[in-house]
Design a protein. Sequence first.
Length: 277
Amino acid sequence: MKTTNVNGVELSYDVEGEGEPVLFIHGAIWADFLRPLAEQPAFSGFQRIRYHRRGYGESGGPAAGFDTQAADIVALLDHLEVDRAHLVGHSEGAMIALVLAASYPDRVRSLALLEPLPSSNWLAAGEFAELMGALGPAFEAMVGRYRAGDIAGAFDSLFEPTGLDWRAAARAAGPGVIEQGIKDAATFVEGEASALVEWNYGVEQAAAIDSPVLSWCADSDNPFNPATRAFLYELFPRREEVILRDGDHFSVATNPAAVAEPIAEFVSRHSAAAALT
């Protein structure tokens, strides 16, 4: 991967293909988790930009808040001489995409949000308040096992309540991804985990976003899925929605073709070229 210095950090990135730029923002733990998605033929007509967020993969640290990470992306786009990009954010990456789109709306052409965690204040105030109570023990167990030196066990504690098989998903994302996540665990556990449960975002911030929005969710038993859909509906009543049947949060790596096709179709419809026809 190539590197550039943004906001005092060496950021690693990769650019493939030609066409309108689509920037993929990975979530927590695995820097290359969206590589299978970005490589799908459905995106072949676009310039695909992947990067490692600060503290992950080949990028330098330390970890930082969502505002700083949104500024990192803008600096990367400046370096690449990209005026506006389509954003595809997964999990924590979708949360960063939401912050970026609200803070820099003129840099975003479309916004595809793949299962962000709902805002903590929104969860606590509504019908999904019990999910906030479920997050605390999971994070405490994760931190405890991490401090004991059991990093894989820490990931088990994080994902066991959702029934997700993180090992299978990381293997599907490519060689070395499991090891990469182990190496980068400190960035998430020590630097970012608390930000997830303290994140506050609502209709006031979303009102600044003027780009088309796609909500992507899997149809699974994960208790956060209904909350995510309701959260995004409240933020963007006119958003488009795609639901992947028989999928889960990790389908971006385990079934990337099924995830890519509707997102690429959404991006195509909202491209600059489409707007001229």
